[in-house]
Write a protein that binds this ligand. Structure first.
Ligand code: ACD
Length: 133
């Protein structure tokens, strides 16, 4: 089931991402970059079940490695230091990040061959659509 996520994806569309970054408390300079940048998302998995998720752009590149269900330390593109856990629920890859008593959730699912990314912080939802490179 996870295999559907594997590959190289390009950002194609982004809705409400500025509001999401604002809700996270991202500073204005970074927020402006976040609005412009169109990252590639490269997802792979090795034989041991370790998933690598790399978000690559001219502005910033981040990489996380994790096993489903196992908490790890993440440093995000906007430099939050979070405790993160990834799970697969009904075909959705769910990323829960907690830091400073706050929580955000990033849900990824494949719909019509596209990778739909929903970024949720309290009542704010951003939707970003990636297509296969
Ligand atoms: C995606 C969305 C995943 C969102 C996760 C974290 C981003 C949070 C804040 C953005 C901060 C800085 C962004 C500036 C440029 C980096 C490139 C965008 C990062 C996804 O995976 O699409």
């Amino acid at each position: 089931m996870f295999e559907a996520f594997v590959g190289t994806w390009k950002l194609n569309e982004s809705k409400n991402f500025d509001e999401y970054m604002e809700a996270l408390g991202v500073n204005l300079a970074i927020l402006k970059m976040g609005n412009i940048v169109k990252p590639d998302l490269i997802i792979s998995v090795d034989k041991q079940g370790v998933v690598c998720m790399k978000s690559q752009s001219t502005f910033k590149t981040t990489e996380i490695k994790f096993k489903l269900g196992e908490q790890f330390d993440e440093t995000t593109a906007d430099d939050r230091h979070t405790k993160t856990v990834m799970t697969l629920e009904n075909g959705k890859l769910i990323q829960k990040q907690t830091w400073d008593g706050k929580e955000t959730c990033i849900e990824r699912e494949i719909t019509d061959g596209k990778l739909i990314v929903k970024c949720i912080m309290e009542d704010v939802v951003a939707v970003r659509t990636y297509v296969k490179a």
